[in-house]
Design a protein around this ligand. Structure first.
Ligand SMILES: NC(=O)c1ccc[n+]([C@@H]2O[C@H](COP(=O)([O-])OP(=O)(O)OC[C@H]3O[C@@H](n4cnc5c(N)ncnc54)[C@H](OP(=O)(O)O)[C@@H]3O)[C@@H](O)[C@H]2O)c1
Length: 259
């Protein structure tokens, strides 16, 4: 792997170990907007597809998965849309021994919690995501979520976080609700519909976007999918890494003057 931006000082074209990747992707230290930092991590083909055959694996590679793991290892909580949980058969975050000491020193649990965003609450609580998580998986939903779904979550002992007055979650309330619970290093892994809403609301701080040297055509959405934002919003490129033709970009959302 090598750094393309900021321009390298030389000597970084080698296989990066986990500590180098962790340093490259460190969360900002202080003055976090709203008390926390919400990073999104997504992969796209060169022609903009966010998945192929309903899965991201065909458009990813080993280094992308390594970065995926490092970003999880740096996060307090991983926020994910219910459809991604269903399609990708999400499992709890895996304990990574290389990161346990670092996490403990940073005051973090050994693995990040997974927070599933859902309005329908059509979730299978018998899955390992709920039964085998070292740090319990939580649900984020709206105040008017279906009663039967809430009862099922309660029966399964799953914590439900309310972040919206209606059935749906208000994207702007996700970060504050999690920050209030002590989660300041937030990571969302999408999918595209959840990220589209966070994007439209201006509710994310950073986008880590892998551009895979693949194309698929077809109808798969882009990494942000939802109603068009009236005016294009700006991102600032902060880092660009390359390995095997995969580009690993990191953008910071440029805050609007009213924010
Ligand atoms: N390229 C990438 O990096 C990437 C990353 C992740 C996933 N993916 C792919 O994306 C696909 C799934 O993505 P997707 O866009 O269809 O779905 P998604 O964003 O993962 O999940 C959509 C679901 O999340 C819940 N949700 C979203 N916004 C909500 C809100 N404001 N309030 C309440 N619930 C809300 C709803 O769940 P309920 O239906 O339960 O109400 C909704 O149906 C999978 O095929 C996966 O492989 C790609």
């Amino acid at each position: 792997m090598r750094r393309l931006f900021p321009p390298p000082s030389g000597g970084d074209d080698h296989e990066w170990d986990l500590s180098e990747l962790a340093a490259a992707y460190a969360y900002p230290g202080d003055h976090l907007p709203g008390g926390g930092w919400l990073r999104a991590n997504m992969v796209s083909t060169a022609d903009g597809a966010a998945y192929h055959g309903g899965r991201t694996q065909p458009i990813s590679n080993a280094v992308d998965m390594r970065i995926f793991g490092v970003l999880r290892a740096l996060a307090d909580v991983v926020i994910v849309g219910a459809e991604t949980v269903r399609e990708e058969r999400y499992r709890p975050a895996r304990r990574r021994e290389e990161f346990v000491a670092r996490r403990t020193a940073a005051g973090q649990t050994p693995v990040p919690a997974i927070a599933v965003v859902s309005a329908s609450l059509h979730l299978d609580y018998s899955l390992p995501l709920f039964t085998e998580a070292e740090v319990p998986t939580v649900i984020i939903t709206g105040a008017k979520a279906p009663r039967t779904g809430l009862a099922a979550a309660e029966a399964a002992g799953v914590e439900v976080i309310t972040a919206g007055d209606e059935a749906r979650v208000d994207p702007l309330r996700v970060k504050p609700e999690l920050v209030r619970r002590g989660h300041t290093r937030l990571l969302t892994e999408g999918g595209p519909r959840l990220l589209g809403q966070l994007a439209a609301a201006g509710a994310f701080d950073e986008l880590c976007l892998t551009i895979s040297p693949r194309f698929t055509s077809g109808t798969a959405p882009r990494v942000m999918s939802g109603p068009e934002i009236p005016e294009p919003r700006e991102l600032e490129l902060t880092d660009l890494l390359e390995d095997s033709g995969f580009l690993f970009s990191r953008y910071r959302r440029v805050r609007q003057t009213a924010e």
